[in-house]
Design a binder for this molecule. Structure first.
Ligand code: AMP
Length: 197
């Protein structure tokens, strides 16, 4: 695997993108009560990503502070949309972290708890060598942090290490930030463009 340069745009550019992304999120985000289960307030960022300014500002904003990244890992499925574009902006490749059962064997797999159920993430265990890579995990929403931690464990299984997690929105009361710090250590950066407060 070739190693990327992985330099984000200048701080001024990414800070401006964060400002524009927050405005686009405020304008276009759709919140859906009791989906997919009673008591869950679902944050649907689909309309933001369908907006030209929303998508481009989110992609640039997600690169804020990134340096020394070799590979982006996008989480199934909305993390694929932004993850690929973030990888392009950082000048590195993209790895799709799939939900269980989508990939042919052999796979690395990790089971984990979700805000609303159980999940499993997998990546190929053959045909790709990410050992030694410094990885940025990208997803749309950070809730309990279980998905990001599971993705990090997957990268460990493959001999790579997660150095940062970048999400569009952090659900601040669900403990994801503390879980990432507690399980992945203080050196793993967490960058959220916005939160739900
Ligand atoms: P968690 O593992 O609890 O941090 O959950 C994060 C994953 O579940 C992300 O892939 C999100 O897309 C999804 N998710 C969890 N809670 C929500 C929510 N309230 N609204 C939208 N997506 C969510």
């Amino acid at each position: 695997m070739s190693s990327g340069h992985a330099n984000a745009a200048s701080d001024d550019i990414t800070r401006d993108a964060i400002r524009r992304a927050r405005a686009a999120i405020a304008e276009h985000e759709r919140t859906v009560p009791d989906f997919p289960k009673p008591g869950i307030l679902f944050r649907d960022l689909t309309p933001v990503l369908a907006d030209t300014v929303g998508f481009s500002s989110i992609v640039t904003a997600l690169t804020h502070g990134c340096s020394g990244i070799d590979l982006v890992a996008g989480i199934d499925a909305r993390g694929f949309l932004v993850g690929g574009a973030v990888a392009q902006e950082l000048g590195v490749g993209i790895l799709a972290v799939r939900k269980g059962g989508k990939l042919p064997p052999p796979v690395y797999g990790v089971d984990y708890d979700l805000e609303y159920g159980q999940g499993r993430l997998e990546i190929p265990a053959s045909g790709i060598d990410i050992s030694g890579s410094r990885i940025l995990v990208v997803d749309d929403v950070l809730a309990t942090g279980g998905t990001a931690v599971a993705a990090s464990k997957l990268m460990d299984l493959a001999g790579a290490s997660v150095v940062g997690v970048a999400v569009i929105m952090e659900l601040a009361d669900l403990g994801g930030r503390a879980k990432i710090a507690g399980e992945l250590g203080p050196d793993v950066s967490l960058h959220a463009i916005t939160d739900d407060r």
